[in-house]
Design a binder for this molecule. Structure first.
Ligand code: FAD
Ligand code: A2P
Length: 272
């Protein structure tokens, strides 16, 4: 007997969307179910996507924005108008499925840094995503006496995902309890814009080089012995940040060779 019944269409490595929030016309975040077997370190990324028009998976790298203890996975995404994936992904609805390859990797992990006193997160745009995970990981506050989140975007609205997340972990009693005693005093948030007027302005690189951020936060500066950094943004930002951190005497580390700072691209730019 031949089986002629059509099999139901299921995506390979399918996960179901549980929430979607649009922040601006260029930015959205969404949550999906988490494969029970998926273990990851805060700061890592996975490949996610949808089936393309040719029926083949269309996958892109995405930082996991949720912490390792969360039952679900969260992602924070750009909407590229003609982007092969995000022109479709931006229309995803609760109950629909995405593809998620459960193989987390990446360099923005606490283990890739030598122990220190102060941990700096430097992000532009969607480069905030891996830090959305690390900022909600109790391990971050256990390892460091101070955690400083610098996030820069062109406009105020583009900072909102990060601002809300920081407010949530400061105000939600359950989250605050998870982060450990005294965490709120350890966490400093330094959002800036570069184009739209806002209370604090300027590129991260400029605010480090001219000492503005140190003066504003009452910090002497960055030094090799105590300070550790994680960088995530465009290629140009990452390149300039490396230069700044090396000027302060920090060296780039990796999973296999922990040092004073680590870098990851938030996206692969045109022609790169
Ligand atoms: P693509 O063809 O991939 O990109 C088209 C162009 O859009 C690029 O050449 C670039 O100029 C621009 N672009 C792509 N991504 C971005 C971005 N995030 N911000 C600004 N401009 C961009 N993207 C996210 O939105 N969130 C993440 O958490 C994220 N994590 C990543 C982690 C790694 C390690 C890498 C390498 C990339 C990551 N990206 C992330 C980028 C992502 O992989 C895709 O490039 C993005 O989703 C756009 O896909 P696309 O197919 O629509 O367009
Ligand atoms: P600016 O407005 O001065 O270019 P983009 O939207 O182009 O990805 O940029 C996101 C943010 O990162 C913007 O605030 C932008 O500042 C800033 N930025 C872009 N390139 C660099 C760089 N090489 N060094 C520091 N900041 C940068």
């Amino acid at each position: 007997m031949t089986d002629t019944a059509a099999s139901p269409v299921t995506l390979p490595d399918a996960q179901t969307v549980t929430a979607v929030k649009h922040w601006t016309d260029k930015l959205f975040s969404f949550r999906v179910t988490r494969p029970t077997s998926l273990r990851f370190r805060s700061g890592e990324f996975v490949m996610i996507g949808l089936l393309g028009d040719n029926g083949k998976p269309l996958l892109r790298a995405y930082s996991i924005a949720s912490p390792a203890w969360d039952d679900e996975l969260e992602f924070y995404s750009i909407k590229v108008p003609d982007g092969p994936l995000t022109s479709k992904l931006q229309h995803i609805q609760v109950g629909e499925q995405i593809i998620l390859r459960p193989k987390p990797v990446g360099t923005l992990v606490l283990d890739a840094l030598l122990p220190g006193k102060r941990l700096w997160f430097f992000a532009t745009g969607t480069g905030f995503a891996p830090f959305a995970s690390l900022l909600r990981d109790p391990d971050t506050y256990e390892r460091y006496e101070q955690v400083i989140m610098m996030h820069t975007c062109r406009d105020v609205a583009e900072l909102e995902y990060g601002r809300e997340l920081i407010n949530d972990i400061r105000q939600d009693d359950m989250l605050a309890e998870l982060m450990g005693e005294g965490f709120a005093d350890k966490l400093k948030y330094y959002p800036t814009t570069t184009r739209e007027e806002s209370p604090v302005m300027g590129r991260i690189t400029d605010n480090l080089r001219n000492g503005k951020v140190f003066a504003d936060l009452g910090i002497e500066g960055i030094d090799r012995e105590h300070d550790r950094g994680m960088v995530c943004g465009s290629l140009a930002f990452n390149t300039d940040m490396k230069e700044v951190l090396e000027e302060f005497g920090l060296e780039e580390g990796a999973n296999s060779d922990p040092k004073q700072y680590v870098v990851e691209k938030a996206f692969v730019g045109d022609g790169v």
